[in-house]
Design a protein around this ligand. Structure first.
Ligand code: DSN
Length: 430
């Protein structure tokens, strides 16, 4: 590799565009991609400018292994305040007894819980991935499936709703040490209270993975799992609209084991810039503005679901209680992969997903998962969602006019600009 003739002095002061136009250009392109497509991936969002600012901040320079007031490095007094603010805010937001805000992402939150309360080989009862669970809930090739004995429950074949009779029957048979509820592709309310009854019946601990619907919980639009669970895990970047990261809540009796599992059990130094961004995310999530945003996420999900059904598409369970829905393509001539590719051609981003009892492999799948957090963040309302639903339905018909449909998506993107205050990849001009 050629050695660039940059001086140390120049490197110390130069901005990204000057030092690395290749990466700056790619960042610019990614911003334009996000601006130019209708983003319906249910697990994605566009975070607040204030959160981006905190995420790109100087605590990225700081090592702080340990916890506030108990660090293994000097110079931690300021980052202690940052982490304590994040802890206090998330505990207040969800009414939790204890919080750990150090996990780097969602997979680490579930790993932290398993490491804190299970031994290798212990039994976990969780929802099947193809019924809406998550890979850390026991996929064979994931650490969860490799280290623990996994028993699964699923949804009812007719209603596609969680079959609580089955959950109880399987729990009584396998006597799990931990029951996991929540997941990544279940469009209806997670009834944690009913899982608690079953967990109590069989003497199991209960974890709710609320990564997808945490924002709705914060806004009182989905029941709060926290009072019923030993542990609650979440990411911060889905409906919560924060930085890409995670956190765990638990009852006080599990606090010491949880903290030890995260550090020194599985992570080293926490990412304090990310924790600063999480603190800001939690402050925003407690505001009236956030509540209004989540109400619109829900209204938009209902409007999109109705438009898709009106357009002739099947939805699992017929609709949604949350921010996401699953189009069931089994009665159509489309596979999930083909539908995902077709939507891409009309400037709509979504992801294929297996549906319960799917006969196709996950790489092909028979479902399409759609969600409204990201489009709502850029200002889409119910009438925009009806238009999005119409574009999708028309795109998934034979002989669809791709060019005309893509133009209709462009009109919506221009009407609802993303990050209109940004000039360049991250420079915010108020
Ligand atoms: N992969 C995420 C999702 O799309 O739901 C969950 O981790």
């Amino acid at each position: 590799m050629a050695v660039a003739q940059e001086t140390f002095e120049h490197l110390r002061h130069a901005a990204l565009l000057e030092i690395d136009p290749e990466i700056a250009g790619l960042l610019e392109r990614e911003l334009e991609r996000q601006r130019g497509q209708i983003e319906l991936i249910a697990s994605e969002n566009f975070t607040w400018p204030s959160v981006l600012e905190a995420q790109a901040s100087v605590p990225t320079n700081k090592y702080a292994e340990g916890y506030p007031g108990r660090r293994y490095y000097g110079g931690c007094d300021v980052v202690d305040e940052i982490e304590q603010a994040a802890i206090d805010r998330v505990k207040a937001l969800f009414g939790a007894e204890h919080a750990n805000v150090q996990p780097h992402a969602g997979a680490q939150t579930n790993m932290a819980v398993y490491f804190s309360c299970l031994e290798h080989g212990d039994t976990i009862l969780a929802m099947r991935l193809d019924h809406g669970g998550h890979l850390t809930h026991g996929l064979k090739v994931n650490f969860s499936g490799r280290l623990y004995t996994i028993v699964s429950y699923g949804v009812d074949r007719e209603s596609n709703l969680i079959d609580f009779e089955e959950v109880r029957r399987v729990a009584q048979e396998c006597r799990p040490k931990l029951i996991v509820c929540g997941g990544s592709a279940y469009a209806r309310t997670i009834e944690t209270e009913r899982f608690r009854e079953i967990a109590d019946d069989v003497g199991a601990l209960l974890l709710c993975d609320m990564a997808h619907f945490a924002g709705l919980v914060a806004a009182d639009l989905h029941p709060n799992p926290t009072p019923y669970c030993d542990f609650v895990t979440s990411t911060t970047h889905k409906t919560l609209a924060g930085p890409r990261s995670g956190f765990v809540l638990c009852k006080e009796e599990h606090a010491a084991a949880l903290d030890k599992a995260v550090f020194p059990g599985m992570q080293g130094g926490p990412l304090l810039h990310s924790i600063a961004a999480k603190a800001t995310c939690f402050k925003i999530a407690a505001s009236q503005g956030f509540r209004s945003y989540q109400e619109q996420v829900r209204a938009n999900a209902d409007a999109l679901a109705e438009a898709l059904v009106d357009g002739g598409l099947d939805l699992l369970t017929g609709g949604t209680d949350t921010h996401l829905m699953q189009v069931d393509l089994r009665k159509s001539s489309w596979t999930g992969r083909e539908a995902e590719e077709r939507l891409d051609e009309v400037n709509i981003t979504a992801n294929r997903n297996t549906v319960p009892f799917d006969e196709r492999p996950p790489t092909v799948a028979s479902g399409l998962r759609l969600g409204t957090p990201a489009v709502t963040m850029r200002g889409f309302d119910e009438s925009d969602m009806r238009e999005v639903g119409a574009i999708i339905s028309e795109a998934l018909t034979e002989g669809a006019e791709i060019g005309a449909l893509a133009e209709r998506s462009d009109v919506l993107c221009e009407k609802r600009p993303l990050y209109p205050g940004f000039r360049g990849f991250t420079t915010y001009v108020a």
